[in-house]
Design a protein around this ligand. Structure first.
Ligand code: NAI
Length: 327
């Protein structure tokens, strides 16, 4: 039998945490043959709620769950973890300046980076979910220099899955038959959902949809604005789909993407596709042997180029803002 893997979930008492921890305990993230020990971190005002989640995990009697650590202590939470899913963060509240929210998150991700660097298992894989996800991941990377940059990623798989979902609805086909959409850039409303290389049953999505106006307009906007649409409908954030997509992200990273298929991940840019190096930017990637690789050589038309650049610009600005919050 395999040794249990230790999985940290920060912000575990929150909306996404509540949807995510049972998925992890059921083997959705790491596979049905992988026992897990959950490490759940939240802040003192949420300690009681966090303990309630722990009680439910015990009550659910998950066969794969070999232990639960529920704590408000960052060091205890990070110690020995093999995977870190960073969902905790400071949300933007009405009337708050962007800079004030950024300052809070920069300080959270800076201190959690240090704790992970010192106490996590060697080769710990990190997924940042909390917004601003790309920039939080970048701060984490900067302040955990001994963690290899290839181990620090952010979640854009939800956006990727949303794109697959929209195409499947439009074409009335199974979502599992839609392949190779791409989310480029920031997990924000400037992200670029690109279906120029996407297929259904081997046929190009653009030919099957045969409506460029929709693909270049409403489709993009729907995917970009989907988070806001869910909040409007549910009065709460998209926790179910975010949790499920976080599991998809880690599972494909660890177990590999199927032959001929890529997924979208926010990763450290090496300058591929003329995206400035040194940003955490969402690219199409394939995964094998626990490592992601940016898919190379895809053609980028003029329409797409502008969109790739626009979201890169936003990320460069966010990066500058984050650095200005450090001092
Ligand atoms: P939530 O507010 O329900 O939960 C956040 C939790 O984080 C709370 O329990 C809070 O106490 C905790 N927290 C705050 N500061 C912390 C710290 N320093 N250390 C540990 N925990 C801390 O929010 P929800 O709905 O669960 O969303 C979490 C984050 O995920 C938000 O930032 C949201 O914007 C983001 N998100 C990202 C998505 C993506 O695709 N990348 C999709 C949906 C949400």
């Amino acid at each position: 039998a395999k040794e249990p893997a230790r999985v940290l979930v920060t912000g575990a008492a929150g909306q996404i945490g509540y949807a995510l921890v049972p998925m992890i305990a059921r083997g959705v993230m790491l596979g049905l043959d992988q026992p897990v020990i959950l490490h759940m971190l939240d802040i003192p005002p949420a300690a009681e709620a966090l303990n309630g989640v722990k009680m439910e995990l015990v009550d659910a009697a998950f066969p794969l769950l070999k232990g639960v650590v529920a704590t408000t202590d960052v060091v205890e939470a990070c110690t020995g973890v093999n995977y870190a899913v960073m969902v905790g963060g400071f949300p933007r509240k009405e009337g708050m300046e962007r800079k004030d929210v950024m300052t809070k998150n920069v300080s959270i991700y800076k201190s959690q980076a240090s704790a992970l660097e010192k106490h996590a298992a060697a080769n710990c894989k990190v997924l940042v979910v909390a917004n601003p996800a790309n920039t939080n991941a970048l701060i984490l990377k900067e302040f955990a220099p001994s963690i290899p940059e290839k181990n620090i990623t952010c979640l854009t798989r939800l956006d990727h899955n949303r794109a697959l979902g929209q195409i499947s609805e439009r074409l009335n086909v199974q979502v599992s038959d839609v392949k190779n959409a791409i989310i480029w850039g920031n997990h924000s409303s400037t992200q670029y959902p690109d279906v120029n290389h996407a297929t259904v049953g081997g046929k190009p999505v653009r030919e099957l949809v045969a409506d460029d106006e929709w693909l270049n307009g409403e489709f993009i906007k729907t995917v970009q604005q989907r988070g806001a649409a869910i909040i409007k409908a549910r009065k709460l954030s998209s926790a179910l789909s975010a949790a499920s997509s976080a599991c998809d992200h880690i599972r494909d990273w660890v177990l590999g993407t199927p032959e001929g298929t890529w997924v979208s991940m926010g990763v450290y840019s090496d300058g591929s596709y003329n995206v400035p190096a040194g940003l955490i930017y969402s690219f199409p990637v394939t995964c094998a042997n626990g490592e992601w690789k940016i898919v190379q050589g895809l053609s980028i038309d003029e329409f797409s180029r502008k969109k790739l650049d626009l979201t890169a610009e936003e990320l460069s600005e966010e990066k500058a803002l984050a650095y200005s919050c450090l001092s």
